[in-house]
Design a binder for this molecule. Structure first.
Ligand SMILES: [Mg+2]
Ligand SMILES: [Zn+2]
Length: 185
């Protein structure tokens, strides 16, 4: 079984302004291509797993109960679109906690893989930050970096693919998977 590990903020929903945190469901704005792109991954046989750093909890800016509510309603919203979220894995720690789950550490991905029988080498980590790509690489996944159009950040050469948005990333991932299928056949 393979998985698509998705970062949350900046991939599925709009990220909060720099230094701010999404603290309530009402603040979630899904990105326009989120459901169709994730649905395409699911149809291609990827389990969909969200892996997100939410340091705002450690900082006291996001309440755990509200974070759980956000993720419960996020699952419902995906479910309404016919998409099963296999898991939402969250690191709520701060840097000083020195945990093994805050991306770029691979802990969330490794735990999700163990709990759901995921083969990491055939899985992808999709994120908009270098820490997402680093976590994916350390876990042994392939990686896709989303660089918002107009961003001055250069394409991250460490990622296997770089794309301007989730839909474009998914298109490339599905091409890669079908190439691998035919060469392995
Ligand atoms: Mg992000
Ligand atoms: Zn952690």
């Amino acid at each position: 079984m393979k998985a698509a590990f998705l970062d949350r903020d900046g991939v599925i929903n709009e990220k909060a302004p720099e230094g701010e945190y999404i603290a309530r469901w009402e603040e979630i704005r899904f990105l326009p291509d989120a459901f169709s792109a994730v649905s395409a991954l699911a149809r291609a046989g990827f389990k969909i797993i969200v892996a997100t750093n939410q340091r705002g909890v450690a900082l006291g800016k996001v309440r755990s109960v509200d974070l759980e509510e956000i993720h419960r309603r996020m699952r419902e919203e995906f479910s309404r679109q016919g998409i099963v979220l296999t898991g939402i894995y969250v690191c709520t720690h701060d840097y000083a906690d020195q945990c093994s789950c805050r991306k770029p550490q691979p802990g969330l991905l490794i735990r999700a893989a163990a709990e759901h029988g995921i083969e990491l080498p055939s899985s992808w980590m999709i994120g908009d930050a270098t820490s997402d790509i680093e976590a994916g690489k350390r876990a042994g996944c392939r990686t896709a970096r989303i660089l918002i159009a107009g961003s001055r950040e250069e394409a991250d050469s460490r990622a296997d693919i770089n794309s301007p948005n989730l839909a474009a990333a998914v298109e490339r991932i599905l091409q890669c998977s079908s190439v691998n299928r035919s060469t392995n056949a």
